[in-house]
Design a binder for this molecule. Structure first.
Ligand code: ADP
Ligand code: MG
Length: 369
């Protein structure tokens, strides 16, 4: 078993608090992304598992073994860095075998067969005798990955490994890394600031901001049930539309905007107070053909065709709003349009605490027998 468990982990660099309260259980064979903006503490989390940074407080285990005081070399991990860190004077083959030669007592035959096998998986068999300088960025990335694979670690640790590749290659390598991870079934912690990368590659995503975990969930859970405003805003492109509203009885009221909620949702929403933030994703807003309950009239400002869809920019409830319409729905700038959305697509957040109003709802009150 080689899952990774964090128990109330904290890291400080002198007076700087980098991360705290990290509680997390990563299952054996799972692909987990740590996603967050720059400076949020992602690398710190990974580097503590690797042993490149000490753990200030709490415990990290790999399998059943607490690794806080285990030498990095004996943790059963292999790391892939953003800058690949290849040795320029060594060939691909030497780069891939160097670590094994240094830290294991494997025979030359065994080392050679591991390198050949990893090179096959990564389709770099033809480049084994080349030096890094003679490889493309994508090939260098493969060598760095190969060097991790040959170690046959219990856990792969990857820190923004695709950041230096252009967009098209990045997409290709995403699929490649996923395929390899599935084939090897090795527990993987993957650090990225790119939400699309995290959403497409991961079994689960850990969202971190300011050194604190915001949410842990499958891509689907994170997208459809963001626990707070930060996650709601960070995940999704174009981003979720957010409006300041208040609740009056069962009505959400914003600037020139009213939306009638069901009694049930209204009750949940009111529990947090009257000031709320209404979130609605661009693809959940429809352009209606006739006025009805919960339709709002507004004016189209700009239409941006992106091939598969049209992004329609409007002002709603006094704020900028993006509507993602089908390619054949193409209003013109200045057109008056009616917008509507289903209650099931609505996200509501307490304006003060910024948490999803459904979060406060999770404590089930015991019914008397
Ligand atoms: P990320 O990888 O999400 O960009 P990091 O984990 O690198 O974030 O950094 C988290 C926080 O810790 C930041 O505030 C950063 O400035 C700080 N930090 C990281 N490494 C060091 C260090 N060696 N010394 C002091 N502060 C550091
Ligand atoms: Mg980092």
């Amino acid at each position: 078993m080689s899952g990774v468990t964090f128990r109330d982990v904290k890291k400080t660099y002198g007076d700087v608090l980098a991360v705290e309260n990290v509680d997390l259980q990563i299952r054996d064979g799972e692909f987990v992304s740590v996603l967050g903006p720059s400076g949020s503490g992602k690398s710190t989390v990974l580097r503590m598992v690797a042993g490149l940074e000490s753990i200030s407080d709490g415990e990290i285990s790999i399998g059943d073994r607490v690794i806080n005081d285990v030498h990095p070399r004996d943790r059963g991990i292999a790391m892939v860095f953003q800058n690949y860190a290849l040795y320029p004077h060594m060939t691909v083959k030497e780069n891939m075998s160097y670590g094994l030669r240094l830290t294991t007592d494997l025979s030359e035959d065994e080392i050679s067969s591991r390198v050949t096998e990893a090179a096959r998986m990564l389709e770099i068999e033809d480049h084994l005798e080349k030096k890094p300088a003679n490889l493309s960025g994508g090939q260098q990335q493969r060598v760095a990955t190969g060097r991790a694979i040959v170690r046959e670690p219990d856990v792969f640790l990857m820190d923004e490994p695709l950041s230096n590749l252009d967009a098209k290659l990045k997409m290709h390598m995403r699929t490649e890394l996923q395929r390899i991870q599935e084939e090897l079934d090795t527990t993987t912690i993957y650090v990225t600031h790119d939400q699309e990368e995290a959403m497409t590659m991961s079994d689960r995503i850990v969202i971190i901001a300011n050194g604190t975990i915001q949410q842990v969930g499958t891509p689907d859970e994170i997208y459809n049930h963001p626990t707070n405003l930060f996650v709601a805003d960070f995940i999704g492109s174009p981003a979720m539309n957010l409006f300041d509203v208040r609740i009056d009885g069962t009505t959400l009221v914003g600037e020139g905007f009213e939306y009638e909620l069901s009694e049930e949702l209204a009750r949940t929403a009111r529990a947090g107070g009257s000031d709320l933030v209404l979130g609605i994703r661009p693809e959940d807003i429809r352009i209606a053909t006739e006025a009805g309950p919960n339709t709002v009239e507004t004016q189209v400002e700009v239409v941006e065709p992106v091939g598969s869809d049209n992004y329609v920019y409007v002002t709603l409830a006094g704020q900028d709003c993006t509507v993602r319409a089908a390619a054949d729905v193409r209003p013109a700038s200045g057109d008056r349009v009616l917008l509507t959305f289903d209650e099931s697509a609505i996200h509501l957040f307490d304006a003060e605490t910024e948490t999803n109003v459904h979060e406060a709802d999770t404590t089930v009150v015991e019914q008397p027998a």
